[in-house]
Design a protein around this ligand. Structure first.
Ligand code: ARG
Length: 583
């Protein structure tokens, strides 16, 4: 990477004057003055008791002369570095020839399991699952691009009370008569049956104590794999998974593993046994719990006569009094299972903040019990919520949670409107790419942990920091390039300032992947790819590629465009934003 290369030059220069220190180089925060900067001389001056500027000057004088960089010391003690035309040309040619466009990989490759779907069987996918899918998919693509080996798991919520509730509701509606021998005619269950049953049952659960108790029993019967309860459950699961996968496909989220909580059920007993054998479990009101609190947590506090805990960290419930599996148990058992099947350096989860406590507890139990080896990283990537314009979590007009399907439909229709208004044919495929692309960029440009406002009109604008603007940039470049034969192109000579800015934007883009990797957030990549698209736009507005008469110049332009195309496509691939053929 270019920053490393410059750091090496400076370090060698410094060594020649007797300073055996580390230097760090960044992109310049004053791009009018230089392309890169090094601020390390301040610390050196302190260490050696010299004047900062003297040290900077001394080092600069000892840096090996190169026709690729211009290096100067400026007051108070910066070393400023600028790429010469020769340097830029070398960088551009390298990026053009390199399959990855000069993007390196991490020095160490890790084996990672990424758990980021979380859709629930028998329930519709809702808006809360949207960010998780978008962020998880992009993190997966990013990790892979930088050399990690990643397995993605949708980890369906398929082992909880919602199954008992749904089955009981369907039973009472007479839709399960065949399974219970009450009718000879098999009535095939449909997705509409499920979509109706769960919300209904969920309301009844809160209003009818008896219904809730019965649903608990049904859940236990399913979890104990009793017939016909378990067979019906499998039918419900299959219908639901079919529907869920359609939605994930529309979002471009792909999972290798379509497993769920239920797949860990056979490991629950073993997990509980390990925890018990380690002496970590205790009984509490008939249930089994593990105390996971550390010092400084659960401090009894009283304020205005009200008693509560400061830093609450309740014990983790690992077995219900009726012996049923709990959410935490399935996650602990899933880690046990994963560690039996793979040798994982990292297990990472993407969900919203509501699960923070859950994962803290699960991770602690796994570490305390050795279910997760000490050198394995367990990471919870917490995403903020998507809010409506009122700043509150996005809801339907009647105040209900928005279904993911409805959001996709909305994006599709809005994109169609936009395309038609611009005089284009609005086919479903293109509209979906634009609508979903707009949504993804509108999401990923925010720091993962922050909430943001869903503003569909702004997201769908063809100008500014938006998905469609980036897609449009690619479409435009493709259309220009389609006018030239494959043989055209060649070395990239730097003819103007705009070309220079494009190449610098690509260097920044390359380094943003590593920032994203460390931050587990895609916002830096979004900003950098937008920056590249704007640099291209400035270039394109000032120089005509098609009408350029000077052939050598035109060849340079063509190659530059090919390189931009490669870099834009690479970035949009990571953001999982598809590029339409036309728009
Ligand atoms: N099914 C859960 C929900 O919808 C999310 C699952 C998150 N992943 C996990 N391994 N627990 O809230």
């Amino acid at each position: 990477m270019i920053l490393k290369e410059i750091e090496k030059l400076i370090t060698e220069g410094a060594r020649a004057c007797g300073y055996d220190d580390n230097f760090s180089v960044t992109f310049s925060d004053k791009p009018l003055l230089s392309d890169f900067q090094c601020n390390s001389c301040f610390a050196l001056a302190k260490k050696y008791g010299k004047k900062p500027l003297d040290i900077a000057n001394e080092i600069v004088c000892h840096i090996k002369k190169s026709d690729e960089f211009e290096i100067v010391a400026i007051s108070p003690a910066f070393i400023n570095i600028t790429l010469t035309k020769e340097g830029l040309k070398k960088v551009a040619d390298f990026m053009l020839k390199d399959q990855r466009g000069g993007l390196e990989k991490n020095e160490v490759s890790q084996k990672v399991l990424l758990d980021y779907g979380g859709a629930n069987v028998a329930k519709s996918l809702h808006i809360g699952h949207l960010r998780t899918a978008i962020i998880g998919e992009s993190l997966k693509r990013l990790y892979r691009l930088l050399g990690d080996e990643v397995i993605s798991d949708v980890h369906l919520g398929d082992w909880g009370l919602q199954m008992g509730l749904t089955e009981l509701q369907l039973f009472e509606e007479g839709k399960l008569d065949f399974y219970f021998g009450k009718s000879d005619e098999k009535r095939e269950l449909t997705i509409d049956d499920l979509n109706e049953a769960y919300p209904h049952a969920s309301k009844r659960k809160d209003a009818e104590e008896d219904f809730k108790k019965k649903a608990d029993e049904w859940t236990l019967l399913i979890q104990s794999k009793k017939q016909p309860y378990y067979d019906i459950y499998k039918v419900i699961r299959a219908i639901s998974v079919n529907e869920i996968s359609k939605n994930y496909r529309k979002l471009g989220a792909e999972f290798e593993l379509w497993e769920g909580e239920s797949d860990a059920s056979e490991y629950c007993d073993e997990a509980v046994k390990i925890i018990k054998d380690k002496g970590l479990a205790r009984e509490s009101e008939g249930a089994l719990v593990v105390d996971v609190a550390k010092e400084g947590e659960n401090i009894p506090t009283e304020k205005n006569g009200e008693k509560f805990f400061l830093n609450p960290m309740p014990p983790c419930l690992i077995q219900k009094s009726n012996g049923g599996d709990l959410y935490a148990t399935t996650d602990i058992a899933t880690i046990l299972k994963r560690n039996k099947n793979y040798k994982l350096d990292r297990i990472e989860y993407v969900t919203d903040a509501r699960q923070k406590m859950h994962f803290t507890q699960v991770f602690r139990v796994c570490k305390m019990s050795g279910i997760s080896p000490q050198n394995q990283q367990l990471v919870h990537v917490i995403n903020g919520t998507m809010n409506g314009k009122d700043g509150k979590p996005f809801k339907t007009r009647s105040g209900e949670t928005v279904k993911l399907e409805d959001v996709i439909e909305l994006l599709l229709n809005k994109a169609k409107e936009k395309l038609t208004a611009n005089g284009n044919v609005a086919d479903d495929e293109t509209a979906l790419k634009i609508g979903v692309g707009a949504m993804k960029f509108g999401d990923l440009i925010n720091t993962v942990s922050k909430d943001y406002v869903f503003d569909i009109d702004r997201f769908l604008s063809f100008e500014g920091k938006t998905g469609p603007y980036l897609q449009y940039t690619c479409v435009r470049i493709n259309s220009i390039l389609s006018r030239f034969d494959e043989e055209r192109g060649g070395e990239i000579k730097i003819y103007n300032e705009e070309m220079r800015q494009v190449i610098l934007a690509m260097l920044k883009l390359n380094s943003s992947y590593f920032i994203c990797y460390n931050e587990k957030s895609l916002n830096s990549l979004c900003a950098s790819v937008y920056n590249l698209a704007s640099a291209f736009s400035a270039f394109y507005n000032n120089h005509s590629v098609v009408n350029e008469k000077d052939l050598a110049k035109q060849n340079s332009y063509i190659s530059l465009l090919r390189l931009i195309k490669k870099k834009m496509e690479q970035a949009l691939y990571v953001l999982a934003i598809d590029i339409p053929k036309k728009m």
